[in-house]
Design a protein around this ligand. Structure first.
Ligand code: NAP
Length: 253
């Protein structure tokens, strides 16, 4: 039956940046659908640990700094060692730096590209090697942005990285679909998290953004739960290389 295809009982999902905002929302959604969760974060993830174990799911934390690529293979081997397997990877961790393009520094360029694009690629590579060695496929879900489709303003490295996410999502889907690995992305619209705090605190920008969202509200972490469970489940078995916007209609406007 079709609802059974959404059931994730017995699956193990790695979620990066699992303890705040969208990552926490998606980790909880996956856990509610039946997943055990491997949470990757820089600090001990108390909220994720508490909420996920309260649902009766297993949770393990792996401390890692995704601003460099050393240790990405270790995340995969530690996850397999502790949980027995990995079925799903959600590449959620991300940062943003704001400045005029004329003043933008190489440091702000490199830091964002490292976390938002380079580590996404190399962690996906490490997880896909596990999926292929084990057989039976797997799911990779990348987090894109409205700035995967639009230029934005004052966020050059973020726009470059998130545009790159759509590209590597397609490339990896092309290379790995034959291994039953689905690689897709979710492009959240304007969501109320730390990432957008500066925008929401600027009354003029807040009003400008809100008035352009057809749904007339900022999105919430819960708004991503349906999309992430769908893309993590058998219900999306023939969905490959697609970036699904969850944006209250922003791109339709
Ligand atoms: P957030 O609360 O700031 O979450 C970002 C997460 O990434 C945090 O958990 C953070 O952990 C983690 N992270 C950052 N740098 C890291 C590093 N070097 N190593 C390991 N983890 C690191 O903001 P969010 O809105 O939920 O963002 C989640 C994702 O959604 C990001 O990829 C963001 O670009 C994307 N997104 C957000 C929006 C939006 O409107 N909010 C829209 C489109 C896309 P720490 O606590 O350790 O910093």
């Amino acid at each position: 039956m079709i609802l059974d295809a959404f059931n994730l009982t017995g699956n193990v999902a790695i979620v990066t940046g699992c303890d705040t905002g969208l990552g926490l929302g998606m980790a909880l959604g996956l856990a509610e659908a039946g997943c055990d969760i491997v949470g990757v974060s820089r600090k001990p993830p108390h909220a994720a640990a508490q909420n996920i174990t309260a649902l009766g799911r297993r949770f393990t934390a792996i401390q890692a700094d995704l601003s460099h690529q050393k240790g990405l293979e270790g995340i995969v081997s530690t996850a397999v060692e502790r949980m027995g397997q990995i079925d799903i990877l959600v590449n959620n961790a991300g940062i943003i730096r704001r400045d005029d393009a004329l003043n933008f520094t190489e440091k702000d360029w490199d830091e964002v590209m490292n976390v938002n694009l380079k580590s996404v690629f190399f962690l996906s590579q490490a997880v896909a090697r596990h999926f292929i060695a084990r057989g039976g496929g797997g799911k990779i879900i990348n987090i894109a942005s409205m700035l995967s489709f639009q230029g934005g303003i004052r966020v050059p490295s973020y726009t470059a990285a998130k545009s790159g996410i759509v590209g590597i999502t397609r490339l990896l889907a092309n290379e790995w679909a034959a291994h039953q690995i689905n690689v897709n992305a979710i492009a959240p619209g304007y969501m109320a998290t730390n990432n957008t705090q500066q925008l929401r605190e600027d009354a003029a920008r807040n009003e400008e953004i809100l008035s352009r969202i057809p749904a007339a509200r900022w999105g919430t972490p819960e708004d991503l739960q349906g999309a992430v469970v769908f893309l993590a489940s058998d219900a999306s078995a023939y969905v490959n290389g697609f970036t699904l916007a969850v944006d209250g209609g922003w791109l339709a406007r």
